[in-house]
Design a binder for this molecule. Sequence first.
Ligand SMILES: *[C@@H]1O[C@H](CO)[C@@H](O)[C@H](O)[C@H]1NC(C)=O
Ligand SMILES: *[C@@H]1O[C@H](CO)[C@@H](O)[C@H](O)[C@H]1NC(C)=O
Ligand SMILES: *[C@@H]1O[C@H](CO)[C@@H](O)[C@H](O)[C@H]1NC(C)=O
Ligand SMILES: *[C@@H]1O[C@H](CO)[C@@H](O)[C@H](O)[C@H]1NC(C)=O
Ligand SMILES: *[C@@H]1O[C@H](CO)[C@@H](O)[C@H](O)[C@H]1NC(C)=O
Length: 195
Amino acid sequence: MSLPLCFYPLAKMGCVSCLFLCISAILSIVSATQFNVTVGKNDMLTFDPAILTDVQTGDVITFTFVSNNHSVTQSTFRRPCHPRIRGANSGFMPVDPKSAQFPEFTIHIDNTSGPLWFFCAQNGHCQAGMVFAINPTENTSFEDFLASAQMSANTTRTAATPAQTAPSSGAVPKLSIKGATTLLAVFAIITGFAS
Ligand SMILES: *[C@@H]1O[C@H](CO)[C@@H](O)[C@H](O)[C@H]1NC(C)=O
Ligand SMILES: *[C@@H]1O[C@H](CO)[C@@H](O)[C@H](O)[C@H]1NC(C)=O
Ligand SMILES: *[C@@H]1O[C@H](CO)[C@@H](O)[C@H](O)[C@H]1NC(C)=O
Ligand SMILES: *[C@@H]1O[C@H](CO)[C@@H](O)[C@H](O)[C@H]1NC(C)=O
Ligand SMILES: *[C@@H]1O[C@H](CO)[C@@H](O)[C@H](O)[C@H]1NC(C)=O
């Protein structure tokens, strides 16, 4: 387990509110629920499951890419097939059919005050309904998001770029290579609200 970034300035500054922020960040890591999502199961254009509910701050979502060449790219409710600025993005994760190892991408949920929206940025996949939602609501429902994705013009071509790390307090974005073919990337979602 890596210590949150807040630990290091804390050691120098000795600030009390930093201490509480740091402790809550550590506690949220310790009590995190890990959710698992399979991307491209049975060669389908799907996230399985396509919806996660009751995701809390501190939880972790691990995407395992098992076929094809998909991405998990954050968007907004209004523009399902368009990457959100500074949103989470795995980049394309091609799977070698001959390999038994599958690439993974992990998202740390730092702020669940709103629902979070995602799609696969591969050509046409979003329009084919390859979308994913965390904590959808009654008024911003997964069904509406999906319908809106299927209506989108196919303008999002090669939108996925390698994961951009957006540091925030309480999370340590990192990129590491495990073994020859397994890519493990960690991304911190700072806010899920502006959708
Ligand atoms: C996700 O996978 C991990 C590791 O295999 C497991 O410990 C955890 O219980 C799984 N989470 C769920 C919600 O099934
Ligand atoms: C994966 O898809 C992207 C975007 O279409 C493409 O640029 C890339 O070459 C593909 N990778 C492989 C290994 O097919
Ligand atoms: C978008 O692309 C997909 C796959 O190429 C195709 O099935 C779908 O009809 C296209 N949708 C529109 C609105 O052009
Ligand atoms: C959903 O929208 C309706 C009508 O605009 C509003 O009255 C209601 O409070 C909203 N519900 C939530 C959970 O935001
Ligand atoms: C979570 O997001 C909301 C809306 O953007 C913001 O008001 C709030 O301060 C954020 N909370 C944290 C802990 O970042």
